[in-house]
Design a protein around this ligand. Structure first.
Ligand SMILES: [Mg+2]
Length: 120
């Protein structure tokens, strides 16, 4: 029985084919460098935010770029992996993160100013 799509970091087979296709077309080195470049662009936008710039849309845009290119890095360095493997790894790490927020029954996660925050 297929599991429901529970979040924003889930890749299906078609998406993995697109990511793998990008690696095939532009090459492993180029796409690895692109991931580095996108991470730097996100870093730059976060630095601007901390200097007081209102750039939420740019931060979201760069997060999307980073997530897409990092998934390509996963294709490059683990070429036989499946979307389920990556999704499983994410789920394990998300569960670990959730456990660190212990005790979960007294933690209330709220959304504030467009980003999640944790208050106990
Ligand atoms: Mg970018």
């Amino acid at each position: 029985m297929p599991r429901a799509n529970k979040g924003f970091i889930r890749l299906d087979y078609d998406q993995m084919c697109i990511l793998g296709g990008a690696v095939d077309v532009w090459g492993e080195d180029a796409q690895s460098r692109m991931a580095i470049e996108e991470m730097a662009e996100l870093t730059k936008e976060l630095c601007k935010h901390y200097r007081g710039e209102v750039n939420q849309a740019s931060i979201i845009d760069e997060c999307a770029d980073v997530m897409i290119t990092v998934a390509q890095v996963a294709c490059i360095y683990a070429p036989s992996f499946s979307p389920e493997q990556l999704n499983e790894a994410i789920e394990i790490k998300m569960a670990r993160l959730k456990d660190r927020l212990h005790p979960p029954d007294v933690i209330e996660i709220k959304r504030g100013k467009g980003r999640p925050s944790v208050e106990d």
